[in-house]
Design a protein around this ligand. Structure first.
Ligand code: BTN
Length: 269
């Protein structure tokens, strides 16, 4: 059974109209995404927030683990029931990452980049990750759970040896501790506003903002995909969120999923 979070400070910080109005603030849970999926299957309303100080089975894309550092990170999930359902959750992942980067940039005046499809990075180090999970039906999906993990007040030694070289927290970037719950409240406001805009007029403006934050455009990358490795130059992003690669073997290819292993600094011909 998940333990409730005793500190009720977070209740006060929640300001968005619907995102977080209904909320589960937990001390410990297996995964906020997993918990939110159960709530969504049971009919939880759109915007239901699951926040946990600690996840025992926090997860990322491709079955990877998301580390928990109680009292230092932010990890939460939102139940979404989009009216216009894309065929996958990819666009919601892009939306989540754009909203987070927008808040970080405006609160801390530091340039963060987005690394397709779901990472917010500072230089080569990951500061936040987004995991969208959906329950599909024939016409798209009946709900989505948007999960976000953000490294806030960790120090270098908070991270396990395995990820230390690839991870950074906001405190490490800006040189001072950050009020985690104020940050969470700002992110929920931004997410709600971006999500409402998408519901009204589609994903075009999210994709445009994504491109301005992207660290990959025109770069040569090495991409791990399901069945191997692809090398090529990033030409852009399709309207469904796919990455468009000008392949080393010639011709352009589209990818709906993948993991960027390396970014090289050669321009596309
Ligand atoms: C990734 O980097 O591949 C995505 C990481 C997403 C982590 C968050 S933390 C809150 C939510 N619950 C989970 O189990 N995962 C997401």
């Amino acid at each position: 059974m998940p333990e409730p979070l005793l500190d009720d400070f977070l209740h006060v910080a929640l300001k968005a109209k619907t995102f977080g109005r209904n909320h589960y603030l937990l001390q410990r849970v297996d995964s906020t995404n997993q918990f939110a999926k159960k709530l969504a299957s049971g009919g939880a309303e759109e915007g239901t927030l699951v926040y946990a100080e600690q996840q025992t089975k926090g997860r990322g894309r491709w079955g990877r683990q998301w580390e928990s550092h109680p009292g230092k990170g932010l990890q939460f999930s939102l139940v979404l029931r989009p009216k216009h359902r894309p065929s996958t959750g990819s666009l919601l992942t892009l939306l989540g990452a754009v909203s987070v980067a927008t808040v970080l940039q405006s609160m801390f005046r530091v340039r963060f980049h987005l690394q397709w499809p779901n990472d917010v990075v500072f230089g080569k180090k990951k500061v936040a990750g987004v995991l969208t999970e959906t329950l599909r039906n024939r016409s798209g999906f009946s709900y989505a759970v948007l999960g976000i993990g953000l490294n806030v007040n960790q120090r270098e030694e908070s991270f396990s040896i395995q990820i230390r070289e690839r991870a950074a927290s906001l405190a490490m970037v800006i040189g001072k501790e950050v009020d985690r719950f104020r940050l969470l409240a700002e992110i929920l406001l931004q997410l709600e506003s971006d999500y409402r805009a998408v519901q009204r007029s589609g994903y075009r403006s999210i994709l445009d903002r994504w491109v301005t934050h992207s660290n990959l455009l025109e770069k040569k990358i090495v991409l791990k995909v399901n069945d191997g490795i692809e090398r090529g130059w990033v030409r852009g992003f399709h309207s469904n969120g796919d990455l468009i690669l000008c392949s080393e073997e010639g011709g352009s290819k589209r990818f709906s999923d993948g993991h960027v292993l390396e970014v090289q600094h050669a321009a596309c011909d």
